[in-house]
Design a protein around this ligand. Structure first.
Ligand SMILES: CC(C)(COP(=O)(O)OP(=O)(O)OC[C@H]1O[C@@H](n2cnc3c(N)ncnc32)[C@H](O)[C@@H]1OP(=O)(O)O)[C@@H](O)C(=O)NCCC(=O)NCCS
Ligand SMILES: [Zn+2]
Length: 197
């Protein structure tokens, strides 16, 4: 086996898990879950059927990745943060056919204990602060926090806040406005998925 599963974890037959991934104590990975390479899946994490976790993701303790949630590569999920998939659930009415997808784009960080309301896109390298409740799409490289989460600035790929000139004082990267938020001056900006929804 090219990945590690702690003996207390339950990884159902059929789950697709990439090489180098580590799955820690008391996790539950469903049979149709997909987890990429070199991920760290912390204690008590649940990955549902139909959930997709990209390569190099880090899921801290107590995160549940539900069906219809997609994490691109390099996504950080802070401890006990919460995804959702039904916008207005009722216990006695089946609503999974109305589930709304959530897409967390490459390199984004989701702070401890935040909530991502379903149907949203969190952009590339965006940063969601601890405890935030995200109710709107988050542009690439945006820093958002609070309840409801509001944009408070921009963050670099390295995780530091940008100055007013959209420059990172720590690593020197310069950014420019792009179609979905900020793009690095040398990076390409892809199709605007948010607009397509
Ligand atoms: C958002 C964050 C990156 C700080 O961003 P920042 O722009 O540097 O924020 P500052 O520290 O300058 O604070 C600015 C203001 O926002 C408030 N603030 C900061 N983070 C906040 C948050 N997550 N929620 C609500 N308010 C927050 C501060 O209290 C401060 O308010 P004040 O001006 O009234 O004093 C940080 O607070 C955070 O949430 N980090 C995530 C940590 C985490 O979850 N790690 C998980 C792995 S352990
Ligand atoms: Zn930087």
């Amino acid at each position: 086996m090219e990945y590690f599963v702690h003996p207390t974890a339950c990884v159902e037959a059929g789950a697709r898990i990439g090489a180098g991934t580590r799955i820690w104590h008391f996790c539950h990975v469903m049979s149709e879950a997909v987890i990429g390479r070199n991920c760290n899946i912390g204690q008590n994490v649940f990955v549902d059927n139909g959930a997709v976790v990209g390569d190099n993701c880090k899921l801290q303790n107590n995160v549940s990745v539900y069906r219809h949630v997609t994490l691109e590569d390099g996504v950080f999920c802070g401890p006990s943060m919460v995804f959702t998939n039904v916008f207005n659930p009722r216990a006695e009415i089946k609503k999974m056919d109305q589930a709304r997808p959530t897409l967390i784009r490459q390199g984004a960080s989701l702070g401890a204990n935040c909530v991502i309301v379903c149907g949203l896109i969190v952009g590339r390298c965006a940063f969601v602060g601890a405890g935030a409740v995200v109710t709107r799409h988050v542009p690439d490289h945006a820093l958002v926090f609070g309840n409801p989460a509001r944009q408070r600035g921009w963050v670099c790929t390295c995780g530091e806040k940008l100055d007013a000139a959209l420059r990172c004082q720590v690593c020197g990267q310069q950014y420019a406005p792009g179609a979905e938020g900020l793009g690095g001056v040398h990076s390409t900006v892809g199709p605007n998925i948010a607009k397509d929804r």
